[in-house]
Ligand binder design. Structure first.
Ligand code: F3S
Length: 107
């Protein structure tokens, strides 16, 4: 089991989560972050840092977000390491809470 970045991160990418991760398990795409499931130690400190509430424990994922287990796993092999927070994605506050953003995910 691991923690998973879910849909609401898309087009928000606040990156606050990155600064508290003790094992640098976040990977960065253009408009989304993922957690490398092979690196995550399930400490959960990132969960409360996310202004978009986008990080969930795998077992707590609602049905429609379970696809993000696979997305985190696959994209963690492709995205680059990120270990310091940076400016949020353009118009992040506008996108926070907008449903059905999966179609906007840039891989
Ligand atoms: Fe995404 Fe939240 Fe981190 S929006 S980049 S999971 S702080």
């Amino acid at each position: 089991m691991t923690h998973v970045v879910t849909e609401n991160c898309i087009n928000c990418k606040y990156t606050d989560c990155v600064d508290v991760c003790p094992v640098d398990c976040f990977r960065e795409g253009e408009n989304f972050l993922v957690i490398d499931p092979d690196e995550c130690i399930d400490c959960a400190v990132c969960v409360s840092e996310c202004p978009a509430n986008a990080i969930l424990y795998e077992e707590d994922l609602p049905e429609e977000q379970k696809i993000f287990i696979l997305i985190n796993s696959e994209l963690s092999k492709k995205f680059n390491n990120i270990s310091r927070s940076k400016e949020a994605y353009y118009d992040a506050d506008k996108w926070n809470g907008i449903p059905n953003k999966l179609k906007f995910l840039k891989k």
